[in-house]
Write a protein that binds this ligand. Structure first.
Ligand code: ZN
Length: 509
């Protein structure tokens, strides 16, 4: 037994007076060299510690292993977080008022230029307006009147129109009439252009999004941004990003390059201080529920089985290639037929891996996840977002949609995530959806029999750790409440006091 007070083994940091969830006894957690070196009953007297040791008294708060979001599109999330939400506007006039209020309160016209340096004014982008239900019409004048010349482009909820002001029409060289609207192709083109921002703009937004995630107890993300990702993250981390660990996924179109550069899943990327490693190989094989392109055994009510976008032979070849190259496959499969195809391919290729989403699964496939060592990477908030769509499109079969309990009971490993920007990058929202199977809107739970316990949700959000132990990496979240006993509402909005990655505070402290 090593004595934690032995000066040679002295901790760098002591989290004093903390508790495991569900327990009363106060503990001191010693962190040394980025790992948990001891967990001992609290000693109120820290004078025995070397003077250099920092002691942070956490006053009986709760410690859990830091949380992971296993499925994120980080650039898209950062962009979405910097766009103005207009979904609540009931008229063009109200939407303009939201824009005007934002302009009045916004001091970040030059946002994106790093250290507060003045720079070119960024276009304000708004999203989510629904002009089909508005009693009045958008107009160029209305938007010009509230935007003080800052280029402004508002993208409709269905993405089929963009409402511009004069400054944006001029900046992007798109002619608009007095209505200020672009529709269809010109709208799609401008929307694409608005998403292509310089690194100097996007990186600080990613930095902010990382800080916001750390403030929710997140210590790591698996990033499935659909680009060549390792370089972008190395640039950000070299530039000071240190809020999270990042596993950067690779897509099949970049597999040759990744192999040529000697990358494989799990490899720590040099020069990133241990924060960056190569993530899985992401392979999409079907579409989505809401577009009725998820590939399903039974036909949709209005026909068709959805789409299998990669043939079974191609998928098998890709997984064999992944195995040879040292990549863990992460296969996007939403429909039950797609999940069957994915599991068949894992089995035939003789490789373990992950299925991303696993939203709809044949009962006979539940146990195959565990048997084949295929993790179900699931996003519980989608269950509540897609509740009506699932009932409409998978009628009589939703008992095996978002089947978290069935998968776990059959021996599968679950890994929880958000799929941000589809749902917010906040694991408490995901865990709340998984445990309550309900929003706090009084509608009542949906398939409550598929709910996880709080402990299961925490374990599935912390790479199977579930509880802080000696020898773990010092990736820790400190909570104001006991996550096992607080109310559903408090759990969904859990107050996080501090977060540490490798023994270093990324939030609080
Ligand atoms: Zn995704």
């Amino acid at each position: 037994m090593s004595d934690p007070l032995d000066p040679c083994r002295a901790p760098d940091l002591v989290l004093a007076s903390v508790r495991h969830p569900g327990e009363e006894i106060c503990l001191d957690v010693h962190l040394r060299a980025g790992a948990v070196s001891a967990i001992i009953p609290s000693r109120r007297d820290s004078s025995a510690l070397p003077a250099a040791t920092r002691v942070v008294d956490l006053d009986g708060r709760y410690v859990i292993p830091g949380l992971w979001d296993e499925h994120v599109h980080m650039t898209q999330w950062a962009l979405a977080s910097n766009r103005l939400d207009l979904s609540g506007a009931g008229s063009a006039r109200e939407a303009a008022a939201v824009v005007g209020a934002h302009m009045a309160g916004d001091t970040s016209a030059g946002a994106g230029n790093g250290a507060g340096a003045p720079g070119p004014i960024q276009t304000l982008v708004g999203v989510g307006f629904r002009d089909a239900i508005w009693p009045d019409l958008p107009s160029l004048d209305l938007l010009d009147g509230v935007t003080r010349g800052r280029p402004t482009a508002l993208i409709s909820h269905d993405l089929h129109s963009v409402w511009l002001n004069s400054a944006a029409a001029q900046q992007y060289g798109v002619p608009v009439d007095a209505g200020g609207l672009l529709r269809e192709e010109p709208a799609f083109d401008l929307t694409r252009e608005l998403g292509q921002l310089p690194d100097a703009v996007v990186d600080p937004w990613v930095w902010q999004a990382g800080q916001a995630a750390a403030a929710r107890g997140v210590v790591g993300i698996v990033d499935f941004e659909m680009t060549w990702n390792p370089d972008a993250w190395l640039r950000r981390i070299s530039g000071g990003f240190a809020a999270l660990r990042v596993e950067a996924g690779v897509y099949p179109q970049d597999l040759d390059r990744a192999v040529a550069e000697g990358l494989r899943t799990g490899l720590s990327v040099a020069g990133a201080g241990g924060l960056l490693s190569v993530g899985p190989l992401k392979v999409l094989i079907d579409g989505s529920l809401n577009t009725r392109t998820a590939y399903c055994v039974d036909p949709y009510p209005n026909g068709g089985h959805g789409l299998l976008t990669v043939s079974e032979a191609e998928l098998l070849a890709l997984l064999v290639r992944a195995r040879q190259a040292g990549f863990v496959p992460a296969v996007h499969a939403i429909g039950d037929a797609a999940n069957q195809v994915a599991l068949d391919a894992f089995e035939a290729a003789g490789i373990a891996g992950r299925v991303e989403h696993a939203q709809f699964v044949r009962s006979e496939d539940f146990a195959r996840f565990g048997r084949l060592g295929v993790t179900a990477s699931v996003q519980p908030a989608h269950a509540l977002d897609d509740r009506d769509a699932a009932e409409a499109n998978w009628p009589g079969r939703t008992d095996r949609s978002f089947p978290l309990r069935s998968l776990l009971a059959a021996g599968a490993t679950l890994a929880l995530g958000s799929d941000a920007p589809v749902a917010p990058l906040d694991p408490w929202i995901a865990m709340s959806a998984a445990t309550a199977r309900a929003r706090l809107d009084g509608r009542g739970p949906w398939h409550a029999e598929q709910a996880l316990t709080r402990q299961e949700a925490l374990t599935s959000s912390s790479r199977g750790r579930g509880r802080l132990r000696v020898g773990d990496p010092a990736d820790i979240a400190v909570l104001d409440g006991d996550p096992l006993t607080v109310s559903d509402a408090e759990f969904a909005a859990m107050p996080v006091a501090a977060t540490l990655v490798a023994g270093r505070f990324t939030y609080g402290g």
